[in-house]
Design a binder for this molecule. Sequence first.
Ligand code: ACM
Length: 762
Amino acid sequence: MSARFLILCSLILTLFSCTKPQVELLSPSIIPAPQLLQVNPGHFTINEETTLSNNDDFTACYNFLNNFLEHATDRDWDIKYSDNNAIVLEYDSSITSKEGYRIVSTDRNITIKASTDAGAFYAVQSLIQLMPVDIADRTEIHIPAITIKDEPRFKYRGMHLDVSRHMFDVEFIKKYIDAMAMLKMNNFHWHLTDDQGWRIEIKKYPKLQEVAAYRDSTLVGHYNDTPHQYDGKKYGGYYTQEEVREVIAFAKARHINVIPEIEMPGHAQAAIAAYPELGCTSDNIQVAMKWGVFEDIYCPSEETFTFLENVLDEVIELFPSKYIHIGGDEAPKTQWKTSDIAQRVIKENGLKDEFELQSYFIQRMEKYLNSKGRQIIGWDEILEGGLAPNATVMSWRGTKGAIDAAKAGHDVIMTPTSHAYFDYYQSENENEPLAIGGFLPLEKVYHFNPIPEELTEKEAKFILGVQGNIWTEYMTTSDQVEYMAFPRMLAMSEVAWTREENKNYTGFSNRLEAFHQRLDVMDINYANHLYEIEGVLNENQAYELSTKTIGKEIRFTTNGTEPTATSTLYESPIPFTADMTLKAAVFKDNEQLGSVFIQEFIFHKGVGATISINKESHKSYPGSGAAGLINGIKGSDSRYGDREWLGFWGEDIEIEITFKEPIEIETIDLRFYNAPGQWIYSPKQIELFLTLELDDTVYDIIDVDSNNQSILNINYELYKPKSLTPKYKNLKLRIPNYGIIPDGNQGAGNKAWTFIDEIIIK
Ligand code: ACM
């Protein structure tokens, strides 16, 4: 191409851009991703003359859009029946999905089609996300020409919020619901009662407001820190029935159903503190001041059933929800075992044990609610002792509850701790705010597939959907709730809405980067871990670094110094051949984004050996597979769900390591996680077998005392006879599970978890 031609071209471009200014069009970044989105040439311009055109079917949706536009553009949007320069809401009976919709935007207009107000509402949410966030500052808003055909994957798309451990004002509850609506979620699970506070006004029982709503003091720091310390401050409050009505109406206008949770028979200490006759001991107890599971549960007396029925009468009056959640989780049976009342109910009803008594309790309450035209939801413990006939199960302790319930023909909502507990840490960064434990990064939430593979296609139909849970023991303010909820709620919305084949984590990360502006405008205190680095050791013993958003570079050092804009540019995996400290960060235009990623490597004698484990790790905690136990990388001291820790639930395991060639060994270091609050226990004993070069075996038993440490580092020194240098071919470790969690502890009666990481051989 000649220089003269180039000049001509640039002149033409300049002239063109003078006469017809280029329109800046946003690339669509809708979350959750629609099932089909096609960008066409051209755009629609919303200007002063653009009108809203509604056929009367979509009143709620029209009102929402009208309010949004009037507020955002600071002008009246009179309704006009015109389809030119208009946003047109149109009823279309051919859209069979009740929550489905179409959007077509052209140079002439934007047409929204749906067959229900809900569908039209979700179209409006997508439309708003096609607009720039700063529309208030613009005289014209440009929407790319686009075709969207969309409908949800699951019909239940939920978020939960625990307001017992910490309480948040109505304004915040509305903000939370608004964000849910933006993400096309349709069920708000309001966890209103628990041991640490009763938060809903029940007029018939004033002491629920006077006593059960307040605790005298609150645990400071983490539950695993001993001794426990308290702040000495009275804490509490409750939502009046007026406020509850206000929240329900606000949610309804956003197509969100509010499901109240009234816990029973466990997590009832606050109610029993107010009315001791509801318990089995009649002792005067206090509203709980620390977290966990408590033995004071409702006694199955007629008095209790009358109380609960009266409470539920008021709840039903307030909440139009078809579902009422009645808890059912974590109810220790200790008091029932010695209670005359409980034992009499067992005998009179021909029940086998206290588990069947719990089932009797739940079934009785179910019958009551069914008689009022409502259905119950319960946590997966309601499967124990026989499932209530029409119950929907909320599967939280993994997916077994879901599988059993679906196979028995019950509806299921998926909320497994491994993928749906947003009270877990979301980053390995040590500066994260204190959390309950675990590790649930955004990507893990995103990759959750709510249909367990054990289910047939027919059984899978019982999976109604998914829900993210926010338990607030460690979230004292609404800012902290936002930090833990966002952006994981966005990832969960895509799990709930977008079909598996239309999901893509890299695409999501880039849409999320654009979405940050929207969250900023909404004044949401989201966590931003998009610019953190992920590291994986590949099969060639080289370390791969990646970051999810486009247009960034990674720079690193291996000598422990801080990475800067002039440090080595990461271009290919970094070989791991000696001890090293790798530090890396993401840069754009020479500016560091996000925090420094640090990884220590220990080049011990196990690295590169062959390893096998006789059991598969739990599929929610696969770490980096067996090889990850000897990859030279230690698991995090505070995030047991990371890429390194392997989790086994209730199983005894046997690990075998075979060295490339016989080696001398001086020490073997083992690492176990020990967090009783999360049901994780280090083993009590380990058997060790070392095979020598000439096939003799050295055998030893290591007794383990956890000593309340959260990370157990066991340093085993080999006996080395003088003048001999034995060489070992093979190491075998037999690690029995801790067993059943004893009474008085969280998760009592359940199997304990074993979490193991790096086996360091020197
Ligand atoms: C639960 O997390 N206890 C349902």
